[in-house]
Design a protein around this ligand. Structure first.
Ligand code: GLC
Length: 410
C-alpha cells in the first residue's frame, strides 16, 4: 500500500501537475478565425497553457448576452473575457471582472490610446486591457467621384446630393449603406450622426438626456431621408456591419459607414484601388463624429486561472502580437506607436490619419445601465426607420424612457 502511494506521488502526480492549464475565451466567429495564428504562437511559446477559443455570433450584443448568461448562472466557463468597450461599465458594476491594476503599471498603460484605457476603467479601477481600437468612418468610391467631378463629401447634404447624382447617372444602384438593424451597431452608428449634428445621447456626468433636442431629431431625419429617397436600400434596416460591407464590395454602392476593418477586406476584393476612407460627414458648422469602439481583455472574477489568463493577456498586448494581428487583419491598434510603425504604414498608408480620428472619437455613455439605454435607443430608432413613428415621436418616447431608466423622470 505504502509503495503504491509512493509510486503515485513520485510518478503520477507530477504528470498531472504538468497538464497544461486551459484558458477559455469566447468571441465573434469572424474574429475567432482571425485569432488562430495568435493562439498557435502563444501556445508554442507557453506549452503550459492552452488557449481555448469559443466562436460566438457576430453581433456584439449577442456575444454580450452569452457572457451575461454565463455569469448569471454562477461559475463562468470563461477565464479570459474579450470585451467590447461598450460592455465595461455593466460587467464591472456587476463585479464579473477582476481588477487589473495589480498586473499593469500606469507607465505601461501610457503606451496605449488614452481613450481606450479610459474606456476600460470603472469607478477608478482598470478592468479591461485595450487590444484593438475602433472608430466609425466613411468609405467612398474614389473612382466614381473622380469620374463625376466630385470632391469627397464633407456634409450630410453633400453625401445625399452626390449619392443621388451617381444613382441617376447609373454609376451605382445605391448611394449610402449603414447599419440600420436593431442591435448595438445602430446605436454606435447613431452616436456619429448625433455628434455630426451637434447633438448628444446621454451626458455621463449629469445624466442629462439629449435625444429629444431638435438637433437629435434632425439626425434621425437624415437617416430616414436616405431610405425615403431610395439612397439607401429598404433592407438597410436589417443590416449589420457584414451585410453593409458585402454590399459595398459588390460595387453597387457609393458610400458606406463602417469600422476600419473593412479596409483590408475591400482592398483584397474587386474594389481594390477604387475606394478611400475619411471621417464621417457632419452638418455645416459642426465637426465629424466617430464612435469609439474597440475590444480588449478582462479576467473573469471567478476564473480559477487568473495568473495564466494574465499571461495570455500579456502576450496579446505586446507590441509584436498586436503588430502581427494588425498586419494580418487591418484592425486598428491600441498601442499608439503602431499607427506609425514602418511595417504597418507600408501596408496600410492611412494609419497615421486614423490616429487623429481615433483620438477624437466619442465614447458611448459609460454608465452601468448602458445596455438598457442602448436597447431603448435601438428600439425607437428602428420604429422610426420602419415608419411606425415619426422621428420626433420616436425620440421623444426614447428620451422619456431613458430618463425614467436613469431616475430622471420629470
Ligand atoms: C465594433 C466596435 C464595437 C461596437 C460594435 C457594434 O465591433 O468595435 O465597439 O460595439 O462594432 O456593432
Amino acid at each position: 500500500m505504502g509503495a503504491v502511494i509512493l509510486a503515485l506521488q513520485v510518478f503520477i502526480l507530477p504528470v498531472f501537475s504538468q497538464q497544461p492549464v486551459t484558458v477559455r475565451v469566447m468571441m465573434q466567429a469572424l474574429e475567432a478565425q482571425q485569432w488562430q495564428p495568435l493562439k498557435a504562437n502563444f501556445e508554442a511559446q507557453n506549452p503550459d497553457i492552452k488557449l481555448d477559443i469559443v466562436a460566438g455570433p457576430n453581433d456584439t450584443n449577442l456575444v454580450e448576452d452569452l457572457y451575461t448568461s454565463a455569469f448569471l448562472l454562477g461559475d463562468s466557463p470563461y477565464d479570459l473575457i474579450y470585451l467590447d468597450i461598450a460592455w465595461v461599465p455593466k460587467f464591472a458594476a456587476a463585479q464579473w471582472l477582476a481588477p487589473l491594476e495589480q498586473y499593469v503599471s500606469a507607465a505601461q498603460l501610457d503606451d496605449f490610446l488614452a481613450g481606450d484605457v479610459a474606456g476600460g476603467r470603472y469607478d477608478g479601477q482598470l478592468y479591461r486591457m485595450p487590444f484593438r481600437s475602433d472608430a466609425g468612418m466613411l468609405y467612398y468610391r474614389t473612382d466614381l467621384l473622380a469620374a463625376a467631378g466630385y470632391d469627397p463629401p464633407a456634409t450630410f447634404d453633400q453625401l445625399l446630393d452626390i449619392s443621388q447624382a451617381l444613382q441617376e447617372s447609373g454609376a451605382v444602384q445605391w448611394g449610402y449603406v449603414w447599419q440600420g438593424k436593431q442591435y448595438e451597431g445602430i446605436a454606435a452608428m447613431f452616436v456619429e450622426v448625433l455628434a455630426g449634428h451637434g447633438a448628444f445621447w446621454i451626458d455621463p456626468d449629469s445624466l442629462e438626456v439629449g435625444l429629444d433636442a431638435p438637433e437629435a431629431i434632425a439626425a434621425l431625419e437624415f437617416l430616414r431621408a436616405t431610405i425615403q429617397n431610395d439612397i439607401s436600400p429598404p433592407g438597410v434596416t436589417t443590416y449589420a456591419e457584414e451585410e453593409t460591407r458585402r454590399l459595398f464590395q459588390s460595387g453597387d454602392v457609393a458610400f458606406l459607414r463602417n469600422w476600419p476593418y473593412v479596409f483590408a477586406l475591400a482592398a483584397d476584393s474587386d474594389l481594390a484601388g477604387q475606394f478611400a476612407i475619411k471621417p464621417m460627414v457632419h452638418a455645416p458648422g459642426e465637426k465629424s463624429g466617430a464612435c469609439q469602439g474597440g475590444w480588449g481583455f478582462g479576467i473573469s472574477a471567478t476564473s480559477r486561472h487568473p495568473e495564466a489568463t494574465w499571461r495570455v493577456i500579456e502576450y496579446l498586448s505586446s507590441t509584436e502580437a498586436q503588430r502581427d494581428y494588425i498586419l494580418e487583419t487591418g484592425y486598428v491598434p491600441s498601442r499608439i506607436e503602431l499607427f506609425n510603425d514602418p511595417e504597418i504604414v507600408a501596408k496600410y498608408s492611412h494609419y497615421p490619419d486614423l490616429l487623429a480620428v481615433v483620438q477624437n472619437s466619442t465614447l458611448r455613455p459609460p454608465i452601468a445601465q448602458y445596455a438598457q439605454a442602448s436597447d431603448i435607443l435601438q428600439r425607437f430608432l428602428s420604429t422610426a426607420l420602419t415608419d411606425q413613428l415619426t422621428p420626433t415621436a420616436a425620440l421623444e418616447a426614447a428620451a422619456q424612457e431613458t430618463r425614467a431608466l436613469l431616475g430622471r423622470a420629470g
